[in-house]
Design a protein around this ligand. Structure first.
Ligand code: ZN
Ligand code: ZN
Length: 69
């Protein structure tokens, strides 16, 4: 696979959208692995440095999908 930005050989794939990224363009972005409720608060298990392409726009938190209920 080639880098989304410059077409060089990619070394990683964006955790959020799946675009391929080379070592010059790879970025990191916090990624929420899991949400869980603990007493009265909702906590998130977060990976601080998940691979990020810089081209997509991950939301800071998951969105509700009420239409799937
Ligand atoms: Zn690149
Ligand atoms: Zn991405």
């Amino acid at each position: 696979m080639d880098c989304w930005h410059c077409r060089r050989t990619a070394v990683a794939t964006c955790r959020f959208c799946g675009r391929a990224i080379c070592e010059d363009h790879v970025q990191v972005h916090p990624y929420i692995l899991e949400l869980f409720r603990s007493q009265d608060t909702t906590k998130a298990l977060v990976v601080e440095d998940a691979v990020f392409c810089g081209a997509c726009t991950p939301r800071p938190a998951p969105i509700d999908l009420p239409e799937l209920d």
